[in-house]
Write a protein of this length. Structure first.
Lengths: 110, 116
């Protein structure tokens, strides 16, 4: 069982928006602004999509956005495209200088 | 362009030691922390630990007794050693840069299989 809780799967049609949640505790997600999100295709290396809750690395489309409220962080993808299909993992600093991951969410673009 | 190239030994038997190395190019080795993350077949990501350019390391408590991370600043490389492996250590192992608890640059991953 992962430390951070994500839905196992979400789905939406091209052009629609989808939000993936990541729930932790006040000791991790709620306590630090160090939430990041990763996209993974077919077991390849994860790709950083969001860092520090809301920041987007260079090259990541602005269709991807992050937010946080209390102990829950969220990744929203608007204007879904077929290439967005894959797995998404949230990650948070967990205090005591460790890192925690969510169990991952399979996004299916219908 | 930052690149992380990783390599390590082939299949392992239970009780043997896993050794992996990651070479960094295109980045200041002293700017980042350097981390290892693994993914068991069909499972999610697991943070294993991180090491600074000075060799100071922090480990996942679940692995701490078996894990050792080190750096070779002369070669811009960092390494992992995991002792007493079991089938549960079968996974793809990724090296990555870490800055403020996020990983921007990743290696391509090394598949490690532990089997008798």
């Amino acid at each position: 069982q992962s430390a951070l809780t994500q839905p196992r799967s979400v789905s939406a049609s091209p052009g629609q928006s989808v939000t993936i949640s990541c729930t932790g505790t006040s000791g991790d997600v709620g306590g630090y602004d160090y939430v990041s999100w990763y996209q993974q295709h077919s077991g390849g290396a994860p790709k950083l999509m969001i860092y520090r809750v809301t920041q987007r690395p260079s090259g990541v489309p602005d269709r991807f956005s992050g937010s946080k409220s209390g102990n829950t962080a969220s990744l929203t993808i608007s204007g879904l495209q077929a290439e967005d299909d894959g797995y998404y993992y949230c990650c948070s600093h967990g205090g005591n200088k460790d890192l925690l991951f969510g169990g991952g969410t399979k996004l299916t673009v219908l | 362009q930052v690149q992380l190239q990783q390599w390590g030994a082939g299949p392992l038997k239970p009780s043997e030691t896993l050794s992996l190395t990651c070479a960094v190019s295109g980045a200041s080795f002293s700017h980042y922390f350097w981390t290892w993350i693994r993914q068991a077949p069909g499972k999610g990501l697991e943070w294993m630990g991180e090491v600074t350019h000075r060799g100071s390391a922090i480990y996942n408590p679940s692995l701490k007794s078996r894990l050792w991370m080190s750096v070779d600043t002369s070669k811009n490389q960092f390494s992992l050693r995991l002792t007493s492996v079991t089938a549960a250590d079968t996974a793809v192992y990724f090296c990555a840069s870490m800055d403020y608890y996020y990983m921007e640059f990743w290696g391509t991953g090394t598949t490690v299989t532990v089997s008798s």
